[in-house]
Design a protein around this ligand. Structure first.
Ligand code: NAG
Ligand code: NAG
Ligand code: NAG
Ligand code: NAG
Ligand code: NAG
Ligand code: NAG
Ligand code: NAG
Ligand code: NAG
Ligand code: NAG
Ligand code: NAG
Length: 615
């Protein structure tokens, strides 16, 4: 996939691959009216570039020449990926920056002779199957062969699944049917027909982020390898004597790539029939993602799964800029200063620290004596758990996983819940305001009415242009980050997830509705499903998170409904009320601050009221 997005800056590969890359690679998509001229111009450019490249290839063949287009860009890209800052102690660079056998002209991407290509009807599993196929397991990943049983030998649970205990680092899975309190599934309820889908999903599994506010495998690896005295390990940790840190930073892993491809395939099989709407109206779908490497790679892998190769002519990919100062509803923290001001919004870490000191106490006592010349801390032991998850989703297996007991994995999972509750969801003073931009867009799409005023993270240039932000389509797909997914869940008033109030840092509540592994795992996805039901006069909407149907009863006007349905007009009225009460200026720029810990709480994701004691 990387070659297809590089194509936008690279005339040679554009010349060679022009047919594949028009839509997936060209950044903000052409407007419908500009469609033909764009294609023509493109072809002409491609032709000129083709002549130039042919000349260059001639030169190349005479002079042990290496490809001009790839070397510079790629060495820059890969130098970044392998920069020592990632803390890696072992790095393999691929592809080579100057391969000696690369002759693109000898490997045309289209040689004709495709054989018969008649197509059939679109799949519609969500409507035609007696039940909905679930997403289980994590193909290609190997879990620990055994967990540490020292502390928990007596209570091992045969159904325990470590992959579901990594919080936001879990690979996404279909939650159990009644996880969110409704005994209903994603398949269309009786007498209902699916008429539309708005999908919001996260990127797939990635390497650790560069910066970690607590823990962080790269940071730990650097500390270890910089330890002046030298260290060695014994017992359960003996494998560390030969361990190297192999992870890079931020980008999608091969497994993450597969997650998005699979999600694309799955959505096509369930909702493919919605594409008939585009053929009927003679339009193309517009999917959105952000400019970050893993976001773009995720979106394109989804598209390959959904549309199949080649992507050209099937859809338009909007790639919005994720950078400080750019309004972007899918990266709202880039324009909300208070969200980036840790004295205001970084409430999460003290809770995680407190909890780690409790649930990892035994593990620390167990592991510390097995490491010599380096004294492990609670944060280090927490990092060993993170390393288990990150290594598994990146390289398929991690020896670190078996160091811990089932209870310690439950503890880790809960640490993630604490983090995300206070950082990105109902416990954060900047959660709702960051989710509100997407809610405004959702309302615009549901009502086929442009956003009236741009006073949040919305981007008028994009959202007021029907080419880049079409209304009245039957299918929308947006890619974002887990924090934004949680911001949106909070902003929408999906209050059943907040039912247990502020999460405590000293124990795991017996029943808790808020689980980051259910709401924000790798490739997490929210289906906003639109329905026409014989039993209801008005169009209905349902919210389905990782195949779990969410009750909408926290949204004013949405009735109790066994299938989680709410009439679209009531849903829209409530969301408009929420938008009206959300004050971007105050929450993002206001002079307020809240103390760390339980001296101040929110369970709605709102900043303190103007005039309250924290202002
Ligand atoms: C590790 O993180 C700490 C703060 O959390 C930072 O001061 C330090 O520079 C980091 N070290 C490395 C090697 O990344
Ligand atoms: C670990 O590395 C040491 C020294 O390089 C080597 O002698 C030993 O065989 C290695 N052990 C394993 C299990 O690979
Ligand atoms: C809106 O998005 C466009 C396209 O990504 C970008 O050029 C522009 O700077 C953005 N506007 C604002 C105000 O951030
Ligand atoms: C269990 O842990 C205790 C101390 O925490 C240690 O002495 C003992 O050797 C461990 N047993 C096993 C089987 O690992
Ligand atoms: C392990 O490290 C300790 C402390 O640095 C040192 O005393 C000991 O000799 C080392 N053992 C081996 C086998 O290297
Ligand atoms: C960007 O966001 C700010 C803050 O909400 C808003 O004032 C401005 O109008 C937006 N710009 C665009 C082009 O949407
Ligand atoms: C396509 O879907 C939208 C949204 O459901 C609907 O308003 C529109 O009428 C449909 N268009 C056609 C041509 O079926
Ligand atoms: C949103 O939830 C809050 C807190 O539960 C509630 O006070 C408010 O009325 C709800 N608003 C709407 C429009 O649903
Ligand atoms: C935007 O402006 C409207 C009208 O002035 C106001 O009601 C609303 O609270 C504002 N929305 C945000 C997100 O700031
Ligand atoms: C915040 O919530 C915690 C846990 O429910 C509670 O103990 C504490 O008193 C609350 N703080 C305030 C100021 O209400």
């Amino acid at each position: 996939m990387s070659s297809s997005y590089k194509a936008s800056v690279d005339p040679e590969s554009q010349a060679l691959l022009a047919q594949e890359n028009d839509y997936s690679a060209a950044g903000p998509a052409p407007t419908p009216s500009a469609h033909r001229p764009y294609r023509l111009r493109h072809v002409v450019l491609a032709f000129v570039a083709g002549i130039i490249s042919a000349v260059l290839v001639e030169l190349a063949l005479c002079s042990h020449y290496t490809l001009p287009f790839s070397s510079q860009d790629q060495s820059a890209v890969y130098a970044d990926l392998a920069s020592p800052d990632a803390g890696s102690t072992e790095v393999h660079r691929f592809p080579p920056s100057a391969p000696t056998n690369a002759f693109p002209s000898l490997f045309p991407s289209n040689v004709g002779h495709a054989g018969p290509t008649p197509t059939g009807a679109e799949a519609a599993l969500v409507a035609t199957a007696p039940s909905y196929p679930l997403h289980t397991g994590a193909p290609h990943l190997l879990g620990p062969l055994a967990l540490n049983r020292n502390a928990s030998a007596s209570k091992s649970d045969p159904s325990f699944d470590i992959f579901k205990h990594w919080g936001n680092l879990s690979p996404w899975f279909s939650v159990e049917r009644d996880s969110f309190g409704l005994d209903s599934g994603p398949e269309a309820p009786p007498t209902c027909r699916v008429t539309g889908l708005h999908l919001l999903h996260r990127h797939g599994a990635r390497y650790p982020t560069g910066w970690a506010s607590y823990g962080g495998p790269a940071n730990f690896s650097s500390r270890l390898h910089n330890a002046a005295a030298g260290w060695n390990a014994s017992g359960d940790l003996e494998f560390m004597n030969n361990w190297t840190y192999k992870l890079g930073e931020e980008i999608l892993t091969p497994f993450g790539r597969q997650q998005l491809f699979d999600l694309g395939v799955s959505m096509r099989m369930k909702y493919g029939f919605l594409l008939q709407n585009f053929t009927a109206s003679n339009t193309l779908p517009v999917f959105r993602t952000e400019s970050q490497d893993r976001m773009l790679a995720s979106a394109l892998n989804f598209a390959i799964g959904f549309f199949g190769y080649p992507l050209d002519g099937q859809y338009q990919q909007s790639i919005t800029i994720e950078e400080n100062g750019f309004n972007n509803t899918l990266a709202p923290y880039k324009t909300c200063p208070n969200a980036g001001d840790r004295t205001k919004s970084d409430r999460a870490i003290p809770y995680v620290q407190q909890w780690a000191g409790i649930y990892l106490n035994d593990a620390l006592a167990r592991l510390r004596p097995q490491m010599h010349g380096y004294e492990l801390t609670i944060e280090d032991v927490y990092t060993l758990q993170q390393t288990c998850a990150y290594e598994t989703v990146a390289i398929g297996y991690s020896k670190f996983c078996e160091l811990f007991t089932e209870d310690e994995w439950k503890g880790f999972n809960y640490a993630m819940d604490l983090y995300f509750w206070y950082d990105s969801a109902f416990g954060s003073p900047v959660a709702r305001v960051q989710g509100i931009g997407y809610v405004q867009e959702l309302v615009a799409r549901l009502t086929h009415t442009p956003i009236p005023v741009h006073n949040s993270s919305t981007n008028a240039t994009l959202d007021d242009n029907p080419a880049t932000f079409p209304l009245g389509q039957s299918l929308y797909v947006d890619a974002t980050h887990e924090v934004v997914v949680l911001n949106v869940i909070t902003a929408l008033n999906l209050t059943s997830f907040a039912a247990d109030g502020p999460l405590p840092a000293d124990h795991i509540p017996e029943h808790r509705a808020f689980k980051s592994s259910h709401l924000a795992p790798f490739a997490t996805n929210i289906q906003f499903q639109l329905l026409a039901c014989e039993s209801e006069p008005e169009p209905q909407i349902r919210v389905i998170i990782n195949d779990g149907v969410v009750p909408l009863t926290g949204i004013r006007g949405c009735p109790e409904d066994a299938d989680g349905k709410c009439p679209v007009p009531a849903f829209v009225d409530a969301q408009r009320e929420i938008i009206g009460k959300t004050d971007w200026e105050w929450a993002c720029h206001g002079e307020w601050s809240v103390p760390p810990g339980p001296a101040w709480n929110t369970t709605t994701g709102d900043a303190p009221e103007p005039g309250s004691v924290f202002v």
